[in-house]
Design a protein around this ligand. Structure first.
Ligand SMILES: N[C@@H](CCC(=O)N[C@@H](CS)C(=O)NCC(=O)O)C(=O)O
Length: 341
């Protein structure tokens, strides 16, 4: 006797979000490692833009930013939101620092640094993805720029979100004159961004998550070379593209600030430390001096996230949470600098 109900039940199972959830978590590590043991980052899926006359026009109190304080990509968006003075116009939620089998989760505001989902009262970031697209089958990443009006994700790609914050909300921004992607500097910003992205922002992940000796060595070397290259660029100028702070600086900053406390040890990017590169150290201190940048750096979220969430590279989840000599660039040295200068 042929059974017809089984395949139908199976198809239903395939379509239900519970199946998708377990499927994604089972494969969350496997599907990003290539045949040569190399980490391959998947592209972001939601790529709409905020623009006047479009389906997502700039409006105050319509869009909401979901971030992790630990994640360097999300960190960029928070810095640009702060520097442009958009806090009052674009809401914010901050997830818990741990990213375990359910992905990013929201915590109560009694966990320092966390801000719950005040829009939907969701418990998990994945719920935002399924609300936007019931058949979503990608990764559940932050940052997310979300539209409260249509209840959907507008964009989940940090490089695009920072551009929108820079130029599309100027009528509500407290600092509309700040242009972090000025016309005259666009080609040098693009050029620096491209090399910094591959060799450093993503390079540290390629080294840290590599599962073959060759992939690790190649990428640790690439990270080293890129750090030396930016250090050299900074030998005769204040910021990466000259006298003005641009998005290229912000995109570099969120990786540099994590380097000595996390990437040097946890991702084994140990061919050079930020503290040993003079120009890069001077530059990171300069950026950190800005109070609106400083308030976005949460070293507790950063350290706890990396050392405690990546069980495949640190199974015991132990880490040095006290400020220690290896953190010197990022916290101790910056704090010394601020108090003595
Ligand atoms: N290209 C994305 C990358 C975002 C990203 O990979 N975020 C990580 C955190 S650092 C994430 O949310 N990962 C969750 C996952 O992969 O499941 C961007 O720049 O916005």
């Amino acid at each position: 006797m042929k059974r017809k109900s089984a395949p139908i039940a199976y198809c239903k199972l395939l379509n239900c979000s519970y199946f998708k959830m377990s499927y994604m978590s089972l494969n969350s590590i496997k599907d990003i490692i290539g045949e040569k043991g190399d980490f391959q980052r998947k592209s972001s899926v939601f790529r709409n833009t905020i623009s006047k006359g479009g389906p997502f026009p700039p409006e105050a109190d319509r869009y909401h930013l979901y971030i992790s304080l630990a994640c360097p990509w999300a960190h960029r968006t928070l810095i640009v939101r702060n520097l442009k003075g958009l806090d009052h116009a674009i809401g914010l939620s901050v997830v818990h620092y741990l990213m375990l089998e359910n992905g990013w989760e929201f915590a109560n505001s009694d966990v320092p640094g966390c801000i719950p989902d005040t829009v939907n009262s969701f418990k998990m970031v994945r719920e935002l993805y399924f609300q936007s697209d019931a058949n979503y089958a990608g990764r559940f990443t932050v940052p997310i720029l979300y539209d409260k009006k249509t209840k959907c994700i507008v964009n989940n790609e940090s490089s695009e979100i920072i551009r929108m914050f820079n130029s599309e909300f100027n009528e509500f921004a407290k600092n509309p004159e700040l242009d972090m992607y000025p016309e005259a500097l666009r080609s040098s910003i693009d050029e620096i961004n491209a090399r910094v992205y591959d060799g450093y922002n993503n390079g540290v992940y390629k080294a840290g998550f590599a599962t073959s000796q060759q992939a690790y060595e190649e990428n640790a070397k690439l990270v080293h070379d890129t750090m030396v290259w930016v250090n050299e660029i900074l030998s005769d100028r204040k910021y990466l593209c000259g006298d003005a702070l641009t998005e290229a600086d912000i995109r570099l900053f969120t990786t540099v600030i994590r380097h000595d406390p996390v990437y040097l040890v946890h991702f084994k990017c140990n061919l050079v430390a930020v503290k040993d590169l003079q120009n890069l150290s001077r530059w990171v201190k300069l950026i950190y001096q800005n109070e609106r940048v400083q308030e976005t750096v949460n070293m507790e979220h950063i350290k706890k996230h990396y050392y405690m969430s990546h069980k495949h590279i640190n199974p015991s989840a132990v880490c040095m949470l006290q400020r220690n000599p290896i953190d010197v660039t990022v916290l101790a040295m910056l704090i010394n600098y601020l108090s003595t200068d």
